[in-house]
Structure formats: structure tokens, C-alpha cells
Ligand binder design. Structure first.
Ligand code: S3P
Length: 173
């Protein structure tokens, strides 16, 4: 059982850079603890009827960020859920406030070299299209690091199974 009294929050949320394993770990935790998993990108795509890639292409990043704020606001005010948040949502101060208020946040920390390798052949991330991926990841990380580091728990996620085990140990009753 997940000990919500221990964490004193309504939800668990996973934050971190793209490719850090938020969705996959959230899915595993959701199965283990038998609680609902919600993912901000999935909800944005469902609402818009378009992929994140197409949303960026057709409307631009600003509109995507507005949709992201709307969706994250809804997700973060749920109860008893595991929520995986798109990597850039942390840049929004309203989202950060909601995370702090309602969620026990877990930052999945992965070094940039590993992220670069994981994302090398992945074309689902519009921010990494037609740019030097290494440079872009470094730039994004520098901007966001200070926010990610405010999480309630920081897990070095180089090994998924070890991270899941650690998180379960900390969260269970
Ligand atoms: C983004 C991360 C993506 C997605 C969008 C923008 C970002 O989510 O929301 O491509 O700004 O870091 P993941 O972190 O799930 O890849």
C-alpha cells in the first residue's frame, strides 16, 4: 500500500528531463501500488486530437505551453494518483506551486550523456528536432535544474529497476 499519510500529499508526481524515464516508472509504480497513472503529454494529445509533434508544428510552443498548463492544473488537483509531467512543465510557476501544494514530487535525475544516448534516435521530442541535441539538452538542463532539485525526493535513475525498488521502499507503509 502507498502511504499517503506519510508523504502528506494527495498525489505523487514525477519530474525530470525528457528521456529520464518518468512515464515508464510512473506506469510501474501505478501497477505496484494499484493507483491511477496520469500523464500530462498523453492528456494534452487526447484533448487536442494531435501528437505533441504536430501541436508544436501547427501551433508553436507557446500554445503547447498554454495547453500544458491547463492539463497539469487538472491533473495535479486530482487525488491518489501517480502523475508523470512533461519535462518543461516545471518552468511554469503556477505548475510549480501546484506540485508543491498537492504532490509529493520525485525528480528522476539522469546524466546528460545518458539522456543524449536515449534520445538519439527518438523523433517524438520537437525541441530536439534539427538542433544539436547535446547542446540543446545542456541548455534546457541549465534552465531547469534549479526547479527539478526542489523535489521532495531525488532519485538517480541510471538503472530503472533499482530506482523503482528504491521509490517503493520509501513510499510504502
Ligand atoms: C518537453 C518534454 C516532453 C513534451 C514536449 C516538451 C520539454 O515531455 O512535453 O516535447 O520541454 O522538455 P517528456 O518530458 O515526457 O519527454
Amino acid at each position: 500500500m502507498l502511504n499517503f499519510d506519510k508523504i502528506r500529499k494527495k498525489n505523487i508526481c514525477l519530474v525530470g528531463m525528457m528521456g529520464s524515464g518518468k512515464s515508464i516508472i510512473a506506469k510501474e509504480l501505478s501497477k505496484y501500488f494499484k493507483i491511477q497513472h496520469l500523464d500530462s503529454d498523453t492528456e494534452i494529445e487526447k484533448n487536442a486530437g494531435k501528437s505533441i509533434n504536430l501541436l508544436f508544428k501547427d501551433y508553436g510552443e507557446k500554445i503547447f505551453r498554454d495547453l500544458e498548463m491547463e492539463v497539469c492544473t487538472k491533473l495535479l488537483t486530482n487525488e491518489n494518483c501517480i502523475i508523470s509531467l512533461g519535462g518543461g512543465s516545471i518552468c511554469n510557476s503556477k505548475i510549480r506551486e501546484l506540485i508543491k501544494k498537492y504532490s509529493y514530487s520525485i525528480y528522476l535525475k539522469v546524466n546528460l550523456g545518458t539522456l543524449e544516448k536515449r534520445l538519439k534516435h527518438n523523433f517524438k521530442r520537437p525541441l530536439l528536432k534539427n538542433v544539436n541535441k547535446k547542446q540543446k539538452l545542456e541548455e534546457i538542463y541549465r534552465e531547469r535544474e534549479k526547479y527539478y532539485n526542489r523535489a521532495n525526493l531525488i532519485i538517480d535513475n541510471e538503472d530503472k529497476q533499482k530506482s523503482i525498488k528504491k521509490i517503493i521502499e520509501i513510499l510504502k507503509t
